[in-house]
Design a protein around this ligand. Structure first.
Ligand SMILES: Cc1cc2nc3c(=O)[nH]c(=O)nc-3n(C[C@H](O)[C@H](O)[C@H](O)COP(=O)(O)OP(=O)(O)OC[C@H]3O[C@@H](n4cnc5c(N)ncnc54)[C@H](O)[C@@H]3O)c2cc1C
Length: 412
C-alpha cells in the first residue's frame, strides 16, 4: 500500500456526499481550520439519511426528517458542496478530478466515497413503473406511483427488496415478493430462519414466491401491467420494485492504477488505496477487515459513518486503523433483524450454530471461523448481543465443541 504524504496537504477533494464523504469532510474541517474542502455529488441534495428512506416511504417520517445536513451547514464550515456534478476521470499524475461539466478540481488528498448504484432488473424494458430504491428521488417517485397502484410485485431476496415489500404493504397494496433463492438472505439465514421470515411476511398479508425469477414483464402504454415468473405465475402489477443488489461506482477510476477488488476500491486498514494520497471509504471501499483477516465490502450506515470518521483523520496525516465490527439492523415487519460481523456472504468458509424459538419469533445464527466467533444474525430477542460483539472484538477462543454453549449462554 502507498505511504502517506509527509506534509499535511491543503486541498481536499471528496467525491460522494453520502454519510462517508460528508463525515470525512466534517472531520477534516475539525482537524484543519484552513483546509480547502470540496465535496462533489451527482445528486441534487446535501446529505440525507438513506436509512430513513424506508420509513419515509411508509409515511412514518417526513422528507424534512430525512434531510440531515443543510446547505447552511456546509457554508458555516466552509465546505464547498458541488451538487449535480459527476466526477468522470481522475488524473493521478496531475492530481486532478475532472467533472462531466468540464470543471477540473486540483487536489492534494482525494477521497473516493461514491457508494453504489442499484442494479436494474435484467432484461426488463424501460417502463415507467419499474423502480429501484437507492435515492431520495427514487423514494419520491415510488411514493407517487403507490398512490396510483393496487398491485405491487417486488423482486429480490435481500434487504432492499424486503424494505420495498414492507413499504408497499404498509401503504395498502396487494404485494407479492418474488425471490430467486430458497429463502430471504439465503446465505445468511438457514432454512429455519427463512421459514420464520416467510411466516412473518404471511402474517402481514404478503405472498412470497421462492425459487423463481421474472421471465417476462408485460407492458402497455409504457407501463408494466403483468409480471410472469419462471414458475409460471402471472401477477397483476401496477408497481414493480427491484432490489437485486448494487454495483459500486468505480468506473471513473479507470486508468488511475487504483486496485479494484470484489467490485470495490481496495484499501488497507487505514483506508488508503494503492495510489498515494487517494483514500476510499463507505460502501465503495473493499477495505482490509482485521476481524475477517481479508478485504470485504460492506453496505451499512454505521460502517460508512465510522469509515468517514477514520478516513478524515488519516487524510490529515493520522495513522488510525479501521477497527469495528459492522452491524446492519432494520425492521422485519413487526419484528427486527440484525446481522453483524462476518457472515457467509462476506466469508463463505464460516461454520454456524442455530437457535430458534417459534413462540417469540426469535432466531439466532452464529458464525465461527476456526476457534473464533466472527459474526451472526439475530431476529427478535437481542439478549446477549453486547457479549457476542465483545467476543468478536477480543478474539475470544471458542473450541468447536463449545459453539452451541456460546449460543445458549448468551441467551440467558
Ligand atoms: C433504501 C435503503 C435502506 C437502507 N437501510 C439500511 C439500514 O437499515 N441499515 C444500514 O446499516 N444500512 C442501510 N442502508 C445502506 C446504507 O444506506 C449505506 O450503506 C450508506 O448510506 C452508504 O453510504 P456511503 O456514503 O458509502 O455511500 P452513498 O450513500 O451511496 O453516497 C455516495 C454518493 O456519491 C454519489 N456519487 C457516486 N458516483 C459519483 C460520481 N462519479 N460523481 C459524483 N458523485 C457520485 C452518489 O450519487 C451518492 O450520492 C440502506 C440503503 C438504502 C438505499
Amino acid at each position: 500500500m502507498a505511504a502517506l504524504t509527509d506534509s499535511v496537504s491543503r486541498r481536499f477533494v471528496i467525491i460522494g456526499n453520502g454519510i462517508a464523504g460528508t463525515t470525512a469532510a466534517e472531520q477534516i474541517r475539525k482537524g484543519d481550520p484552513a483546509a480547502q474542502i470540496t465535496l462533489v455529488t451527482n445528486e441534487p441534495y446535501p446529505l440525507y439519511n438513506r436509512i430513513a428512506l424506508p420509513p419515509f416511504l411508509k409515511q412514518k417520517v417526513t422528507q424534512q426528517k430525512v434531510m440531515i445536513r443543510s446547505l447552511a451547514w456546509h457554508e458555516e464550515r466552509a465546505i464547498q458542496l458541488l451538487r449535480e456534478e459527476t466526477a468522470v476521470r481522475v488524473c493521478v499524475a496531475e492530481r486532478e478530478v475532472h467533472l462531466a461539466s468540464g470543471k477540473v478540481l486540483p487536489y492534494d488528498v482525494l477521497l473516493i466515497a461514491t457508494g453504489g448504484r442499484a442494479n436494474p432488473l435484467p432484461g426488463a424494458a424501460n417502463l415507467r413503473n419499474i423502480f429501484n430504491f437507492q435515492t431520495l428521488d427514487d423514494a419520491l417517485a415510488i411514493s407517487a406511483q403507490i398512490e396510483r397502484s393496487r398491485h405491487a410485485v417486488v423482486v429480490g431476496g435481500s434487504y432492499i427488496s424486503y424494505e420495498l415489500t414492507e413499504a408497499f404493504r404498509a401503504r395498502g397494496l396487494h404485494t407479492t415478493w418474488v425471490m430467486r433463492g430458497p429463502w430471504f438472505l439465503r446465505r445468511v439465514l438457514d432454512a429455519e430462519g427463512g421459514a420464520l421470515v416467510d411466516r412473518i411476511a404471511a402474517h402481514h398479508g404478503v405472498e412470497v414466491i421462492h425459487g423463481a425469477e421474472v421471465a417476462e414483464v408485460r407492458g402497455k402504454d409504457g407501463e408494466v401491467r403483468e409480471v410472469v415468473t419462471t414458475n409460471g405465475r402471472v401477477l397483476p402489477c401496477d408497481l414493480l420494485g427491484v432490489g437485486v443488489g448494487i454495483t459500486r461506482n468505480v468506473e471513473f477510476l479507470e486508468g488511475t492504477g487504483i486496485t479494484i477488488t470484489g467490485g470495490g476500491v481496495m484499501t488497507d486498514e487505514f483506508l488508503r488505496t494503492s495510489v498515494p494520497n487517494i483514500f476510499a471509504a463507505g460502501d465503495v471501499a473493499a477495505y482490509f477487515d482485521r476481524y475477517v483477516g481479508g478485504h470485504i465490502t460492506m453496505g451499512t450506515w454505521d460502517n460508512a459513518t465510522n469509515h468517514g470518521k477514520v478516513v478524515g483523520q488519516n487524510m490529515l496525516g493520522a495513522h488510525i486503523p479501521y477497527d469495528d465490527v459492522p452491524t446492519y439492523s432494520t425492521t422485519l415487519f413487526h419484528n427486527r433483524i440484525m446481522a453483524f460481523g462476518a457472515t457467509p456472504e462476506s466469508n463463505p468458509e464460516v461454520e454456524s450454530v442455530v437457535w430458534l424459538d417459534e413462540a417469540s419469533e426469535s432466531y439466532r445464527r452464529l458464525f465461527f471461523h476456526g476457534e473464533r466467533l466472527v459474526g451472526g444474525v439475530i431476529i427478535g430477542q437481542r439478549k446477549g448481543f453486547p457479549k457476542l460483539l465483545d467476543m468478536i472484538k477480543q478474539r475470544t477462543p471458542v473450541h468447536p465443541s463449545e459453539r452451541a454453549k456460546v449460543l445458549t449462554e448468551t441467551l440467558q
